[in-house]
Design a protein around this ligand. Structure first.
Ligand SMILES: Nc1nc2c(ncn2[C@@H]2O[C@@H]3COP(=O)(O)O[C@H]4[C@@H](O)[C@H](n5cnc6c(=O)[nH]c(N)nc65)O[C@@H]4COP(=O)(O)O[C@H]3[C@H]2O)c(=O)[nH]1
Length: 692
């Protein structure tokens, strides 16, 4: 039985063969159209309806060029069709862009056949396959390819595609100049043919890892290229499906340099380029491990530049820095290759000596270090002399751990300083006891004021001529519940070093002046009060305000206060000291040079600074009745002081003979055990009242 559709076609006498139509009707993914000799539609399957949007009814009888052929192609199509009918020139199958009912482009792959029916009429059948999806996929693929190209262009990395045995199949380089060798030399070649052996090994082991672990593996390697050593990072990805390896290589030389710089900054001192504390201690730990393993000795030398602070303060930090650089240079000269010199900070250096046979090796190096510093430094056309104090701790005798050795070498260095500087000192156990006590004192001193452990004692001063009290010197006492009575000679330097002298000194001034006020009132005499000042206190900007306020508070004249300073204070030569002394003098406060004769005793200080009083140290008073030289010195000092308009106080007078001699020499005032030891405030009140 003929179908309805075929019947309609028959009506137009365009029938082809019925079974074929039945087949086309069953397929709707392909468009099949039949045309008569005038290109009128005689057959239009469901696939055509879907593809071109015309229903069969709409299409049937329409001309091909009016239906789905774009205007521009119309003439060509008509000519080709005519040519086929007339001359039997087949229209080849081709990809075409046709047009649907809505005027939209339709991409198809179009094949054509020509039948001649029973009436000898020619009928062309077009079989069109929709290429929209294919086109889209193609476009997508092209787009992706372009995108990849663009990415490749933008990324400076090198991409290599290789077989898992290391044979390079393909590559991509944004800049061909980045390639180690030209592409011809590596495409199709194995990496072993052109890369250094150790790099090939790295590649092979990491490729094996990437294949095994099925993840991206990265590693670093370096190549010696004509432009220098270049560092690379390679990332390996296994393209399992294709049994290929993708390697992405990046030049990381810059990062390497930055990392190296950061590493250098973390481990080396930026001024001298020597290993810093961190690295030096790390090396010390290594040296100790090695020394233990090989049963060897090692030594730690702790070095401190003597009076470096003075150089920095007086000549400026620039000169100080140059001196440090030059010192580092000299230290290196003395050392053996296997030794280490590091800078711990400030003017402190550390030297690590390994593989020593005995102490003498360290001693020889310490001596050489002192020697090499004997040559003056030439900085900015200036000759400077700088000396060293060296503390030595030897492994294993003075400790097994790096920290112990360092601490002990530091202790020994302090000993070298105490010995007069410009020398070395080997650590001994006794030093440790000293340092332990020092640390304990410093720790306890911090709370001493709050715990009211500090008390002022007063030692009366006498005028020789009148044999009467003229004032007293305030001397600090510290009685600690467990450490006992700690002498000021021991705790004052520690207070000075730790800065605690500032609050302690303020306490002393306030206490002493309050007592003076009470004492003056009670005896109705204008006594004076001598108070010791440490160098650090002169840097305290609040000091003078405190003195002025306290004097005003207790209603005491400026002239009743004497501030005692030692020559050491003046040796610093700093401008703030000069300014403070001038201001003290301008206020009318008396200035006294303490311990005269013990230090450098530079007479120029007496002329240079506004002193009122000179105190001869008790070490000379002790000897005046025993040896002529001390007596001559004291005699000369008194004469000289008087010629400069200074009043002379002799300290430490213990005997009547000393007093008589001092009186003969024209000394003005005296203090000492002969009259009274330093005593508590209350006792002094009684003592002086009894003499009234
Ligand atoms: N052998 C003997 N010694 C006598 C005699 N007469 C006095 N002395 C001692 O000689 C020292 C004189 O004090 P200095 O030279 O200023 O030396 C003082 C001073 O430099 C410092 N010092 C004491 N109190 C203070 C203070 O409040 N502030 C500061 N910055 N230093 C202080 O501590 C040093 C020692 O003080 P002290 O132990 O009290 O020692 C005192 C005193 O007790 C004597 O006849 N024979």
């Amino acid at each position: 039985m003929k179908s309805k559709k075929v019947v309609s076609a028959l009506n137009h006498q365009y029938v082809v063969n019925d079974p074929l139509h039945q087949l086309f009707d069953a397929v709707n993914v392909i468009s099949v159209q039949g045309y008569d000799e005038e290109r009128r539609v005689i057959y239009w399957n469901e696939g055509s309806e879907i593809l071109y949007g015309y229903s069969k009814e709409e299409a049937t009888g329409q001309k091909l060029e009016d239906l789905i052929i774009p205007e521009l192609m119309s003439e060509i199509v008509v000519d080709a069709h005519t040519n086929w009918i007339k001359n039997d020139v087949e229209i080849p199958a081709a990809e075409l862009t046709l047009r649907d009912k809505n005027g939209k482009d339709v991409s198809v792959f179009s094949s054509h056949v020509m039948f001649t029916n029973q009436y000898n009429n020619k009928q062309m059948y077009c079989i069109d396959i929709d290429l929209t999806d294919v086109r889209q996929a193609q476009e997508q693929a092209i787009f992706k390819e372009h995108m990849l190209e663009t990415i490749f262009e933008a990324i400076p990395d090198l991409f290599f595609l290789m077989e898992s045995d290391g044979t390079i199949i393909d590559y991509h380089a944004c800049d061909k100049g980045d390639l180690y060798i030209s592409p011809e030399k590596f495409i199709g070649k194995n990496i072993a043919d052109f890369l250094p052996q150790e790099v090939v090994q790295k590649f092979k082991s990491h490729i094996a890892k990437a294949v095994k672990q099925e993840k991206i593996i990265s590693f670093e390697y370096e190549l010696n290229l004509p432009k220098g050593l270049v560092y690379f990072e390679a990332r390996i990805s296994h393209l399992k499906k294709y049994k290929q390896i993708m390697i992405i290589v990046r030049d990381i030389t810059e990062q390497h340099k930055s990392a190296e710089l950061i590493r250098h900054q973390a481990y080396f001192d930026s001024l001298t380029a020597l290993p810093n504390r961190f690295l030096a201690l790390d090396r010390l730990t290594q040296i100790l491990i090695e020394a233990e393993r090989h049963h060897e000795k090692a030594a730690v030398l702790f070095l401190d530049l003597d009076d470096f602070k003075k150089v920095n303060d007086s000549l400026g930090h620039e000169v100080g820095d140059k001196l440090l650089i030059e010192s580092a240079h000299r230290l290196k000269q003395v050392l053996r290759k296997e030794d280490t010199v590091g800078r711990l900070g400030g003017d402190e250096f550390i030297i690590l000596l390994r593989r020593l046979t005995d102490h003498h090796d360290a001693l020889a190096i310490a001596e050489n270090l002192l020697k090499i510093f004997r040559t003056p430094f030439k900085i900015d056309n200036r000759e400077l002399i700088l000396t060293l104090s060296i503390g030595v701790a030897v492994y294993p005798e003075n400790g097994n751990a790096a920290s112990d050795l360092l601490r002990n070498a530091d202790t020994a260095m302090y000993q070298a300083k105490a010995l007069g500087r410009n020398t070395y000192s080997f650590f001994t156990k006794e030093m440790n006891i000293v340092i332990q006590r020092r640390l304990a004192i410093e720790a306890q001193l911090r709370g001493a004021l709050d715990r009211h452990e500090l008390e002022l004692y007063y030692q009366p001063q006498f005028e020789i001529r009148k044999n009467s009290i003229i004032g007293a010197e305030a001397l600090l006492r510290w009685n600690h519940p467990t450490l006992g009575n700690i002498p000021p000679d021991e705790f004052i330097p520690i207070a000075e070093h730790s800065g605690l002298i500032v609050p302690i000194g303020q306490y002393v001034i306030e206490q002493a002046l309050r007592f003076l006020s009470k004492w003056q009132l009670s005896d109705q005499k204008s006594y004076t009060m001598a108070v010791n000042l440490s160098p650090r206190q002169l840097r305290d900007t609040e000091l003078l305000n405190l003195i002025k306020n306290t004097l005003a508070d207790v209603n005491i004249s400026f002239g009743s206060l004497e501030l005692e300073i030692t020559e050491g204070v003046l040796m610093n030569g700093q401008s703030y000291i000069n300014e403070a002394l001038i201001e003290i003098n301008a206020l009318g406060i008396k200035l006294s040079m303490d311990d005269f004769g013990t230090g450098y005793s530079s007479l120029s200080y007496l002329r240079q600074y506004p002193f009122d009083i000179l105190k001869i140290d008790r070490s000379f008073i002790n000897g005046i009745t025993l040896n002529k030289s001390d007596c001559d010195l004291v005699k000369a000092t008194i004469a000289m002081s008087h010629s400069l308009g200074l009043t002379v106080v002799a300290e430490g007078v213990e005997t009547k003979e000393q007093l008589t001699l001092l009186s003969d020499l024209g000394c003005d005032f005296v203090q000492g055990y002969y009259f009274s030891k330093p005593i508590p405030a209350k006792q002094l009140l009684d003592f002086s009242a009894a003499l009234l």
